[in-house]
Design a protein around this ligand. Structure first.
Ligand code: SOE
Length: 381
């Protein structure tokens, strides 16, 4: 694994637990953790359960005992590492968004195509929440009929303080974009996954409310927290991105991704309205899926809470007795389960790099639309 901050820690939960929770055909060995600071990577390896450490990611390319490379670095290094790892015969898991630009994502897809017996997966973990997998199953089974409306928001507030430092997620050269790529990418992927359809066109606006911030201090950052140092720097990404979308099957969508929703910590909310029913979900209550069945008499029907904790719900077979519930970290265990199964079976993983590229094309269309104040067709749609 390369990188060990928030996402590195989250993926490590997956690697540590997958073969303990599920009957997977391969048990991963957490061989090598890579980071530039030798002391910090050593501490992280011990805490997260990795056997050895290295300070140069290129070491993974030449080690015959490494079969898979998990990329948990900022977006500006995804393409270089993934392309080199695939060329060296490794399977790859890459944290979302796949890349910082469509061109980089295209090069990554080409590298994956040139290594067809290697698995190349992008880590959209929220697909793996049981409630989301169940919602997809219900939509595919026609339980909401024809989908008309998709309403998706991803709301956070960790940079609402104008004195919060200029961490890498606020720099275009490191992150590619702001709220749009970091959290907007999740709701783009998730809604397309739920409907089994792609977004064809968008009209958008983006805003940067705080345009300069203190530079981060030497203490670095942990998770989404950071200390300030001296000096100030320019914020080069969006703080918020809002857009309307048209899906290929005729549904219309509204999307909002922001880090300025004061009081909303990690509120990923989706509502789907179809001709025969509706589904609603909030990641802050992630064991619940709300369903309105429009085919039943309105006099006795309301939104019903499905507690997605039963053994026949997606991914629940590996966990607790009925009703006991899961959390955020389980989405990463499920992600690694799907990846390990694809590696063992020699089948492509989903979402693959081509799916990551398609999301990147939507993000690019949003950026272009915001800059031109015009509807934008998604390239490739
Ligand atoms: C920060 O906004 C972040 O850590 C995202 O990068 C993750 O993808 C999301 O799951 C939680 O928030």
């Amino acid at each position: 694994m390369i990188g060990y901050a928030f996402m590195g820690a989250a993926h490590s939960v997956g690697w540590r637990s997958v073969h303990r929770a599920f009957d997977v055909p391969l048990a991963p060995e957490m061989r090598l953790l890579v980071g530039r600071d030798p002391a910090a990577v050593g501490t992280a390896a011990e805490r997260l359960g990795w056997q050895e450490t290295a300070t140069d990611w290129r070491e993974v390319l030449t080690r015959p005992d490494i079969d898979l490379v998990d990329i948990c670095t900022p977006g500006d290094s995804h393409a270089e590492i993934a392309i080199a790892a695939l060329a060296a015969g490794k399977h790859v898991l890459c944290e979302k968004p796949l890349a910082n630009t469509v061109d980089e994502a295209r090069a990554m897809v080409a590298a994956a195509d040139a290594a067809p017996d290697r698995v190349a997966m992008v880590g959209f973990n929220y697909r793996r929440l049981p409630a989301m997998a169940l919602a997809r199953r219900m939509i595919a089974a026609g339980e909401v009929g024809t989908v008309r409306h998709v309403r998706a928001v991803y709301l956070q507030d960790w940079i609402v303080d104008p004195e919060f430092p200029l961490v890498w997620r606020l720099r275009k050269d490191k992150a590619g974009s702001g709220a749009l790529g970091d959290i907007g990418a999740h709701i783009v992927d998730l809604t397309q996954y739920l409907l089994g359809e792609t977004i064809e066109s968008v009209t958008a606006l983006t805003e940067t409310f705080v345009r300069d911030r203190p530079l981060p201090g030497d203490a670095g950052s942990a998770g989404l927290a950071s200390s300030s140092g001296s000096g100030r720097g320019e914020v080069t990404v969006d703080d918020a991105a809002l857009f309307l979308a048209r899906f290929a099957g005729g549904a219309v969508g509204t999307f909002e991704a922001t880090r300025f929703a004061t009081g909303r910590k990690n509120a990923l909310r989706i509502e789907i309205n179809g001709s025969d029913g509706s589904l609603a979900f909030d990641v802050e209550a992630l064991n619940e899926l709300w369903f309105y069945d429009g085919r039943r008499p309105a006099s006795g029907e309301g939104f019903r809470r499905i507690l997605v904790t039963e053994p026949d719900h997606p991914y629940l077979d590996g966990w607790w007795p009925p009703g006991h519930g899961l959390g955020y970290e389980h989405s990463f265990v499920h992600e690694i389960r799907d990846l390990v199964e694809a590696v063992a079976a020699g089948t492509p993983a989903s979402p693959g790099f081509a799916d990551g590229l398609q999301v990147q094309q939507v993000l690019e269309a949003v950026g272009t639309s915001a800059a031109t104040a015009a509807w934008q067709k998604v390239v490739g749609a």
